[in-house]
Design a protein around this ligand. Structure first.
Ligand SMILES: [Mn+2]
Length: 314
């Protein structure tokens, strides 16, 4: 399959690389790393990267290109396979669409696809292509790819971190990846963000059977100068990793008066409770949108009930 990917790259003079919206470091790293590798190994080709930007833009900037550039181009889409999530839908203008991803979803946009969910990061796939096919990789490419690998694996912590993940990490380190640069940027936080974490740790409550929870009205985001998304999604896991806490939930009032609810569990599946309230997600990490904090009490009662049953069943 890697040979087929390389043939496609060889066949096109212009290549535009896309990835998902709200890019994480794996999306950025896969995109920018692949761009650099193509430039190093096929110097006559024109390679562009497009999409929305955010805090991770320190890894590299996006190109602003005209629609006409797509007409004879190959579009490569990394770290995402479905149309609804791709940033910049002009890939549809390209002559051929190649998807390289490690999520479970089947692609609805690919002319050619390589999807391998055994790989913990898309960056691991890109690096493996370079390693297997003996492509030149420099410090810049290795650094951004290492960033993708380190973050999508939870700093080599998540269960599907494999020997292959470390093999690729070692390869990228040998090629000069600036690991310190990546970690320096990952572990730096704003003072407000750090203080907001402290607020969570000091103020969460627990139900009878120890569901940890927070209910945040809009004053929290105002006081700490952050978005609702940060209070809701970025803070939920301040209640994780605590002995005796199996389930935790974060309820945050948004600008429309709805309560954004993030539900998490160590081992007991909770997604059916999220679904009961119109939400969904993964078995142990899910969410729903509620009309009020009164409804949040209902969700908490259901989660508490679930733990009650667990306790009874031993
Ligand atoms: Mn990824």
């Amino acid at each position: 399959m890697y040979k087929k990917i390389l043939k496609l790259i060889r066949d096109y003079d212009t290549i535009i690389i896309h990835r998902h919206m709200n890019p994480d470091m794996d999306a950025y790293g896969s995109q920018l790393g692949l761009k650099r590798i193509i430039e190093l190994n096929f110097p006559t080709k024109k390679v562009f990267v497009v999409g929305d930007e955010n805090n991770f833009s320190f890894l590299g900037s996006m190109d602003v290109i005209d629609n006409s550039i797509y007409s004879n181009a190959l579009a490569i889409i990394v770290d995402v396979a479905v149309s609804a999530l791709v940033s910049d839908d002009r890939y549809k203008l390209a002559k051929h669409v190649l998807v390289i991803d490690h999520h479970l979803n089947a692609s609805d946009i690919a002319d050619t696809e390589y999807i391998n969910s055994d790989y913990i990061a898309c960056a691991q796939i890109i690096a493996d292509i370079a390693l297997t096919e003996n492509l030149v990789v420099d410090k810049d490419a290795a650094t951004v790819l290492f960033g993708g690998l380190a973050t999508d694996s939870g700093r080599f912590l998540y269960p599907n971190t494999t020997a292959k993940s470390f093999e690729i990490a070692a390869y990228l380190a040998k090629e000069g990846a600036d690991i310190q640069y990546i970690y320096d940027n990952l572990y730096i936080e704003t003072l407000n963000f750090k203080k907001l974490k402290g607020y969570f740790i000091n103020n969460f409550k627990t139900t009878k059977n120890k569901v940890a929870y927070m209910q945040n009205d809009t004053s929290v985001k105002d006081e700490y100068g952050v978005t609702t998304f940060v209070v809701s999604r970025a803070m939920v896991n301040q209640m994780s990793g605590i002995k005796g806490i199996e389930i935790w939930a974060n309820f945050t009032m948004d600008e429309n008066g709805k309560v954004q609810s993030e539900l998490r569990s160590k081992k007991i599946p909770i997604v059916d409770i999220a679904k009961k309230y119109g939400g969904g997600g993964h078995a142990l990490a899910c969410g729903c949108t509620l009309s009020s904090f009164e409804d949040a009490e209902l969700v908490l009662a259901d989660l508490d009930q679930l733990l009650e049953k667990e306790i009874q069943n031993g």
